[in-house]
Design a protein around this ligand. Structure first.
Ligand code: AMP
Ligand code: GLY
Length: 429
């Protein structure tokens, strides 16, 4: 099978490395890929992964043309931006199977307003909320929900457009940041205001779908806030573990019936084709039940780096089946061992980070048992690695000592000013 993966970050790196382990893959191209991704080799023939630097993940025509030239049997999207840019729609027009939703389906992630309306229209359990077109209506909602709100920019904002506010003063500041000062530009044209849920357990569900079926993959939990004990600003995700908490039978029932069934019916009513990954972010609220906080239309980052470590099936065959409506639950198999991932972040992140700093110690880190490292944002120049983004690398480990080994490994890595959360997966301590 000849496959093109769209991506350049830690998630793309994890997808590529997992695909490279498939005997079915004879050629793997990553658009644009990265220096680290270009070092991966295919198990089937020892060839390296081809990267094409300079390709923008939003350049649908360039990507679809490259996939056609490469005679790709399958294109796999990494980031949501490529879905919004209609890469999948164009690949399908060219007759190339695409393991992701069409751009209309991807609006379930790319527009928080569409997402929220979809949940309400289809009876999917979600927090109480309102779509607000003006700062004054957003403030009115916050005044009614004085014990906390989530303020969500409608458009894509690098995973940072959700501001959690514990009182009306914080809410007013958040509304100003998004709607008045336009910190994320047009993403703040409207916001979704929601009650702030407290005391729940958050999990990431990854669901693999084709146009007929949807199967749950293993769960993961990620850490979004920058500070230990869930304090400070939201990040794109800076650590996590898999599996998440054990789901009780009645929770699983609600996930299947109230979430997946209703979601499937909603997709049919909207008339869009949804294949690939659906990743609902869920809050388990004990007796109250489940609440869906968000839909994502792709693998999570760093969840992919973490939970794909536990995948023992053939990812190439799985994603091909998802793109061609031939999915079967037997394609999913998992290691029972837990995995943990910790993201090394640049100084300043999630605010504008300081980058271009040398990274050392990666070779020592991967000698720790069960450890694998995925590069989120690095460059290799004259044989040396340098940081190139807010999230630098995800250090993962699998096995009974996953947590201890991941922390031991990350301690070997040096990069001036870099930091990581010290409290990932404390239950595995
Ligand atoms: P979202 O992108 O909508 O998932 O929001 C990012 C993160 O903010 C989520 O993963 C949650 O940790 C948190 N969050 C979002 N909505 C709410 C809410 N209504 N109540 C509490 N926390 C929330
Ligand atoms: N880690 C959260 C996300 O990928 O959306």
């Amino acid at each position: 099978m000849k496959i093109c993966v769209i991506g350049e970050d830690g998630r793309g790196h994890a997808i590529v490395r997992t695909l490279a382990k498939s005997e079915a893959v004879s050629e793997l191209t990553c658009l644009p890929g990265s220096h680290a991704i270009g070092l991966e080799r295919l198990i089937s023939n020892g060839n390296s992964v081809r990267c094409i630097p300079g390709v923008k993940v939003t350049d649908a025509k360039v990507i679809a043309d490259l996939a056609r030239e490469a005679r790709a049997d399958l294109v796999i999207p990494g980031p949501e931006a490529c879905l919004e840019a209609q890469v999948g729609d164009l690949c399908r027009t060219y007759g190339i199977p695409f393991a992701g939703p069409c751009s209309r389906g991807a609006r379930l992630e790319t527009s928080k307003a569409f997402q929220f309306q979809f949940m309400r229209d289809n009876g999917i359990p979600c927090p109480i909320g309102e779509i607000c077109e003006t700062a004054s209506s957003a403030r009115a909602f916050a005044a009614k929900h004085w014990n906390g709100v989530a303020v969500k920019a409608d458009g894509l904002a690098f995973g940072k457009g959700v501001l959690l506010c514990k009182d009306t003063v914080a809410a007013s500041t958040a509304i100003n940041r998004l709607m008045v000062n336009r910190e994320y530009g047009r993403a703040g044209d409207r916001v979704v205001m929601q009650e702030l849920l407290k005391g729940g357990i958050e999990i990431a569900l990854h669901v693999i779908t084709d146009n007929r079926s949807a199967f749950l993959m293993e769960t993961a939990c990620d850490y979004k806030r920058e500070g230990a004990g869930d304090t400070g600003d939201n990040t794109g995700g800076i650590g996590g573990y898999s599996p998440g908490p054990l789901l009780k039978p009645d929770t699983l029932f609600k996930i299947r019936e109230h979430l997946l069934e209703r979601w499937r019916r909603g997709c049919q009513e909207e008339g869009f084709v949804y294949r690939g990954i659906l990743y609902p972010g869920l809050m388990l609220m004990g007796e109250i039940g489940i609440r869906v906080l968000e839909f994502n239309a792709r693998f999570g980052d760093p969840e992919a780096q973490i939970f794909l470590r536990r995948f023992t099936g053939d990812l190439a065959k799985l994603l091909y089946a998802s793109a061609t409506d031939t999915l079967d639950e037997s394609m999913l198999s998992w290691s029972p061992e837990p995995s943990v991932g910790i993201v090394l972040c640049s100084e300043g992140y999630p605010r504008p980070p300081k980058i271009g700093r040398q990274i050392t110690g990666l070779e020592d880190a991967i000698k720790i048992p069960g450890v694998e490292i995925f590069h989120n944002g690095t460059l290799k120049i004259n044989g040396k690695w340098f940081s190139n983004a807010g999230r630098i690398v995800t250090v993962t480990a699998i096995g009974n000592d996953a947590r201890a080994n991941a922390y031991e490994a990350i301690a070997h890595i040096q990069c001036e000013g870099a930091w990581f959360r010290p409290d990932i997966a404390e239950h595995l301590r």
